[in-house]
Design a binder for this molecule. Structure first.
Ligand code: OGA
Ligand code: MN
Length: 203
């Protein structure tokens, strides 16, 4: 719990927090093997919500698989962790979160995601972005770093290391994914102001 309080402090003060070893080893292994098993079912991701939705690999080159709590019930330990996370945000950051949407993401070599915000103009219920990296042996030169832009316009890179978690305010923190030079895996999602059953239609 002490850890959580200092993470909440970070996100309140800086709009983002980076947490190493966020997942226990058994949960990491469970999620990673689930991920690899679902790879054939991934589809090319799009940008924008509803009628603005489009596929544009110049902007974004990852493949995604939207998770569903009922269908993907064997990830129960992960769903519980999300419930707990949401609860802590509500309690200590005074947010009114009431749901989440998550997808697995695979950037093949050459994939990237241009600088963007995670809130859509037409749909602004994404409050907190949460990314967990699943790259067992990431090394400098593998690419796929997350670039985070600060308010003063400066930026820094976050290496997509196994079990590292990055959380940030979806409406506040512009970010990009640099070109991956190897397959890059993550579990990415959003804590929502209102629950959405629609996420999987947006890409
Ligand atoms: C996204 C995104 C960042 C990352 O999916 O919106 O910005 O590091 N992902 O995977
Ligand atoms: Mn994003």
């Amino acid at each position: 719990m002490e850890d959580w309080l200092s993470w909440m402090d970070d996100i309140s003060n800086k709009d983002y927090v980076i947490i190493d070893h966020f997942l226990r080893e058994d949960l990491y292994t469970e999620i990673k093997s689930f991920f690899l098993g679902q790879l054939p079912a991934f589809t090319l991701a799009g940008i924008g919500a509803l009628e603005e939705h489009q596929i544009n690999t110049k902007v974004r080159g990852d493949f995604t698989y939207w998770l569903d709590r009922k269908r993907d019930a064997n990830l129960e330990a992960y769903w519980s962790l999300l419930d707990e996370t949401m609860h802590i945000f509500n309690r200590y950051c005074y947010l009114s979160l009431s749901g989440y949407e998550f997808h697995l993401a695979h950037y093949p070599s050459g994939g990237h995601y241009d600088k963007h915000l995670d809130q859509f103009e037409s749909r602004n219920n994404r409050m907190i972005s949460m990314i967990i990296y699943l790259n067992d042996a990431w090394q400098p030169g593998d690419g796929g770093e997350l670039e985070i832009f600060e308010k003063d316009g400066s930026s820094f890179l976050v290496e997509p290391l196994a079990a590292r978690c990055v959380m940030f305010k979806s409406a506040e923190v512009p970010h990009a994914v640099l070109e991956a030079h190897k397959s890059r895996f993550s579990l990415t999602g959003w804590l929502l102001y209102q629950p959405s059953a629609m996420g999987k239609f947006f890409g």
